[in-house]
Design a protein around this ligand. Sequence first.
Ligand SMILES: Nc1ncnc2c1ncn2[C@@H]1O[C@H](COP(=O)(O)OP(=O)(O)OP(=O)(O)O)[C@@H](O)[C@H]1O
Length: 301
Amino acid sequence: MSIQVSQLSKTYGEQKAVDGISFALNKGEIVGFLGPNGAGKSTTMKMITGYLPPSGGQAVVSGFDVAKEPLEVRRRVGYLPEANPLYYDMYVKEFLGFAASVHGLGKAAPERIRNIIALTGLEPESKKKIGALSKGYKQRVGLAQALLHDPEVLILDEPTSGLDPNQLADIRQVIRALGHNKTVILSTHIMQEVEAMCSRVIIINKGQIIADDTVQNLQQQEGHGYIQVTFGEPVAAAELEQLPEVVRVAPQEGNTWQLFTGNVEAVRKNLLQFALLNNRNILSLQSNSQSLEAIFRQLTK
Ligand SMILES: Nc1ncnc2c1ncn2[C@@H]1O[C@H](COP(=O)(O)OP(=O)(O)OP(=O)(O)O)[C@@H](O)[C@H]1O
């Protein structure tokens, strides 16, 4: 187990920013950490990296308790904080050299820095001062810093914020490749990003975990899949609502309906049977799963 979080919580005054959350991540997982603004994502990430002491519970990274052995944890974790604090007066290579010395990379540092600059696409800007870089390139320096010591675990708080579409594609590719032999947890508000990169999604709302599953499983869960059916004649909502396995129905244009269900196959069969017994014509029938964005909105509203 790379990351084991048990009953972790953080209280600010009266507010429970993180409220007893538990999850475990294995090596090779890229997990999308989603939630509305203020849900507790950054607070959780800061506690897992050891930058913020929890009010309760425990976080264990690569077998080390974050509270008891913070140095062992920092050796194994690469962290890109949301605010990405960088030394603006330093040159890119100078900053990475400094970060390498903090991690005690010694003689390995120059080659490692060269490799990381290439990996994060910093080459064209590597001779500039950090303060002179665009937002996207500053973000790349933050990512380079997080990767420098080749950590087993990467904790990336909105790693792609500020990147243009070309840079987005590059960095997603880098993160996907890293995910083969590391554990990556990344927070984002971009749902396509999660669909493109993550093997698993954890959704947090008001400090509590409300979903923890693969994107595919989330889409197949109760009420998240739907069938769109068009009849040749009017049908009443009540007739469709009483079909077994239908969770809710939504009228569309004309005689088209969306039937939400956790069992798309069963509803398809039930619909065909309903049409046959009640003398209705089905003009088209299509099964769909809702987008992650729609599921997110449903779960967090
Ligand atoms: N230092 C602090 N003092 C008091 N309250 C805080 C502090 N840091 C965070 N909070 C509160 O804790 C809650 C969770 O904040 P957090 O930054 O973890 O959310 P988030 O999910 O990362 O949000 P966002 O998507 O906006 O970055 C918020 O209500 C926030 O105001």
